[in-house]
Design a protein around this ligand. Structure first.
Ligand SMILES: Cc1cc2nc3c(=O)[nH]c(=O)nc-3n(C[C@H](O)[C@H](O)[C@H](O)COP(=O)(O)OP(=O)(O)OC[C@H]3O[C@@H](n4cnc5c(N)ncnc54)[C@H](O)[C@@H]3O)c2cc1C
Length: 366
């Protein structure tokens, strides 16, 4: 039986970052497994049959305000700086998302020129709600009913399978409302794509003589065959405990890729469809990867209630169930749960890397 200092389940950003740190900074022998046939977790990208670089599990735009995270990842990739812009298709027109001054002018057919004018216009639209209890309250208290109905209500229903009233306020609070004309989706200091793709970033992250990687390997199949001091688990926490207390609900997606014999399919990397069609968005990641080629591949995303666990559904009942699992997890001294699935929390890539780097600092002093 092979012996390792650390056995890491999952080769996404959480598992691969910690493997790299433990091997290179602390000279630990590490085994990383993933049940998929590739490393990179949900950030994985690859060249499709037509030679177009695509993201297998939906578009992954890297951004962060953390210099520490950016510097760490820069050791494993060059970058292509890219600011991501999104449009929403509403009433047969394209509008900037997040809602900004241009969106408001276009939607209401008015001409507001300053942030103050936008603010007083929205003040007249806002619904006064003393305690914001859910995502509907969150949006109508910021922008009123018209924008809520056209941009938020149906998109949220499609994406989450329940209306904004049933969801934590945090779901819609993620999307800012701007009084200026900034049409970037994010405003983080660092916004970039790995120049040669995420698959190259991960190859470099896991390239160390002390790191062994096993793909197509499920934890339940191999656990009894490996000897190790500590387990780091980045899979679903409810699955680890064999769903003893019930399943933590997730929203899933079906990705429908379409190839076109033209250079670009649409003018933007992402167009959202809040009210039309069954899909939520069409993404042409080529805008972000910067790949030069005469044809293109786009992906339509269809939300599902069953399938791969992509989005934890934030609501009080699910949070209560997660807390029960977390308490069980805390009893296990030699198992560490980290990452999006293990913490049942929608975390961006940079947040996962940041938390993982922090965890390494704690492990170092143990
Ligand atoms: C559609 C979509 C779009 C996103 N877009 C962005 C974006 O634009 N920007 C951004 O910052 N973040 C984005 N994210 C979030 C991003 O995917 C996560 O932050 C990141 O993947 C988290 O890394 P992780 O290592 O925690 O989890 P994951 O990437 O999910 O990796 C976990 C790995 O563990 C493996 N695993 C689980 N259980 C087992 C087991 N029992 N045995 C073996 N292997 C197992 C899984 O196969 C998986 O590969 C997006 C997420 C989704 C779903």
């Amino acid at each position: 039986m092979d012996h390792y200092d650390y056995f890491i389940v999952g080769a996404g950003f959480a598992g691969s970052t910690i493997a790299q740190k433990l091997a290179s900074d602390y000279h630990k022998r590490v085994l990383v497994i993933d049940r998929r046939d590739h490393v990179g977790g949900n950030s994985y990208d690859y060249y499709d049959d037509h030679g177009v670089l695509i993201h297998k599990y939906g578009p992954h735009y890297f951004r962060t305000n953390s210099k520490k995270v950016f510097d760490f990842l820069s050791r494993f990739t060059e970058w292509r700086f890219y600011e991501y812009r999104v449009k929403a298709y509403v009433n047969k027109k394209l509008y900037s998302i997040p809602i900004n001054r241009d969106t408001i002018n276009q939607f209401f057919d008015i001409e507001l020129h300053t942030a103050e004018e936008v603010k007083s216009f929205l003040d007249a639209k806002r619904v006064k709600i003393d305690v914001i209890k859910n995502s509907e309250d969150q949006v109508v208290s910021e922008v009123g009913w018209e924008i809520y109905e056209s941009f938020f209500k149906n998109y949220t229903k499609k994406q989450w399978g329940v209306g904004p009233k049933e969801l934590d306020k945090s779901v819609c609070a993620r999307i800012p409302i701007r009084t200026n004309t900034d049409d970037r989706y994010f405003t983080d200091t660092y916004q970039a794509m790995p120049r040669d793709g995420y698959h190259v970033l991960f190859k470099n992250l896991l390239d160390h003589p002390y790191i062994t990687v096993a793909r197509n390997t499920d934890f339940s199949d191999i656990n009894n065959k490996v000897s190790y001091k500590k387990l780091i688990y980045t899979g679903c926490i409810d699955e680890f405990f064999e769903y003893t207390f019930g399943r933590l609900p997730y929203r899933s997606l079906r990705f429908c890729h379409e190839h076109y014999n033209k250079e670009y399919y649409q003018d933007w990397s992402q167009i959202n469809y809040p009210n039309d069609y069954e899909y939520t968005r069409i993404v042409e990641i080529k805008h972000a990867t910067g790949q030069i080629c005469p044809h293109t591949t786009v992906v339509k995303e269809f939300p599902l209630s069953e399938g791969e666990p992509y989005y934890p559904i934030p609501c009080p009942a699910n949070h209560r169930l997660y807390t029960i699992y977390r308490k069980e997890a805390e009893k296990l001294k030699d198992v560490i749960f980290i990452g999006r699935l293990a913490q049942y929390n929608y975390l961006n890539m940079d947040q996962v890397v940041e938390q993982t780097l922090h965890l390494c600092e704690i492990l170092a002093v143990e």
